[in-house]
Design a protein around this ligand. Structure first.
Ligand SMILES: Cc1ncc(COP(=O)(O)O)c(C=O)c1O
Length: 403
């Protein structure tokens, strides 16, 4: 036998897609552009380093001996009780701590529920543009993904109804509807109370569960909170996830999944081997227990000011043919160039010149949306936002996208 480099190609499992070129997007500091509007990073100055340091110190003093034990894979009880209380007070959700699973980020929660409910080839429904992490999870599990069009209030219930009817007429029963009702990523749309009811009613009428990803409701910097879809669901067909990535930081890797009682055991089974770090969970719990409301208020003040800076910069520097939303929360602007212009085709060049954004096709199950881009206003500082938007406008003109 030839003892050259071992060839794994015939060993790779069928569901794993072929290797693609490694990308430095987002996480390699060497590849990070000067003006990063691409990835959904929060404001670095809002990271509560001192508060977390203090919280962790106290947690270790009081509970350090627990670190030698394998932690409860669901997350420790007091933390799950804290999450239950938060969900009740802020989202109208009434659940027991056993229905909560603390996960290593929403990605794990998304993977668990997709694994739980779908076989390869099953059809899953999302908004027509949605969070790329969810698309990756669904694609990895070989799902057939169908996008439903949106308006300024998010997913359209009439189109959802029609989509499910069409699928059913072909003998296809979709496994679930994935939606981001508050400050949808990437479009920034925010469902009214009525819209939440309407989406739930359509799903209930067709017997298709909902997965509600509530990553951005905490970042509502204007207006009153809207209850979650889960809180209206008397049939208990809605699964739910939230994250602490946006109000503390993605580096913590702490999120949570909420499931109906009859799914607890199988959810825990699927979480096997990927519990969160007890260290990070303790720090998060001790910190948020004492500081959550004031910290969230501070984060939201920062984001509101940055939204205004980005909108101001777009108004000042960008061709008025570029239109965009004005979200009351979250951290993204969703901008649209005239039909037929491919903003996606210059994303690489813009990045090389120091400005990153995410083009529309990254968010589309079918790779559409060439003339759209998402701009995150969370990470760059005010000066960076202004300079970066000015440079982006210059690049669009020089690349012939705009006059
Ligand atoms: C809709 C949505 N869900 C989940 C996440 C990721 O959250 P986490 O950091 O907890 O994995 C994001 C991040 O951008 C998101 O936009």
């Amino acid at each position: 036998m030839d003892k050259g480099t071992f060839d794994f190609s015939s060993f790779i499992a069928e569901r794993v897609p072929p290797a693609t070129a490694a990308t430095t997007t987002g996480w390699d500091p060497r590849g990070r552009p000067k003006y990063d509007f691409g990835t959904g990073f929060p404001d670095p100055d809002s990271f509560p380093a001192e508060g977390l340091h203090e919280a962790l110190g106290q947690a270790l003093k009081e509970r350090g001996r627990e670190m030698v034990l394998y932690p409860d894979p669901k997350g420790f009880l007091e933390f799950r009780e804290f999450i239950v209380d938060k969900l009740h007070r802020e989202r109208g959700i009434v659940v027991e701590p056993d229905q909560v699973l603390v996960t290593g980020g929403s990605g794990v929660a998304l993977a668990i529920f997709t694994q739980l409910l779908s076989n390869p080839g099953d059809t899953l429904i999302t908004e027509e543009f949605t969070y790329p992490g969810t698309l990756s999870v669904m694609r990895n599990l070989k799902a057939n993904i169908v996008g439903v069009s949106t308006d300024e209030e998010g997913m359209r219930p009439d189109v959802l109804d029609e989509t499910i009817r069409n699928l059913k007429s072909k003998g296809i029963h979709p496994k679930f509807v994935y939606t981001i009702p508050s400050f949808q990523n990437p479009t920034g749309t925010d469902m009214s109370v009525q819209r939440r009811h309407d989406i739930l009613t359509v799903a209930q009428n067709h017997g298709v569960p909902i997965f509600e990803d509530d990553a951005y409701e905490d970042l509502r910097f204007e207006g009153d909170r809207t209850p979650s879809i889960h809180s209206y669901d008397d049939t208990k067909m809605t699964l739910y996830c939230g994250t602490f990535s946006k109000i503390i930081a993605p580096g913590m890797r702490i999120a949570y999944l909420v499931v109906p009682p009859e799914l607890i055991s199988q959810t825990n089974f699927l979480n096997w081997g990927r519990p969160t770090s007890h260290f990070a969970a303790l720090a998060t719990y001790y910190y948020l227990r004492d500081h959550m409301d004031e910290h969230v208020a501070e984060v939201n003040d920062i984001l509101l000011a940055k939204r205004d800076t980005m909108i101001g910069a777009l108004g000042e520097f960008m061709d008025p043919k570029v239109v965009y939303n004005r979200p009351s929360g979250g951290m993204y602007l969703w901008a649209q160039l005239p039909e037929g212009i491919s903003v996606a085709s210059v994303a690489g060049k813009a990045r090389e010149r120091g400005v990153a954004y995410l083009p529309g096709p990254n968010f589309s199950p079918t790779g559409e949306g060439e003339n759209y881009l998402r701009l995150c206003f969370g990470y760059a500082d005010h000066e960076g936002i202004r300079d970066g938007i000015a440079l982006l406008s210059q690049i669009f003109t020089e690349e012939g996208l705009l006059a």
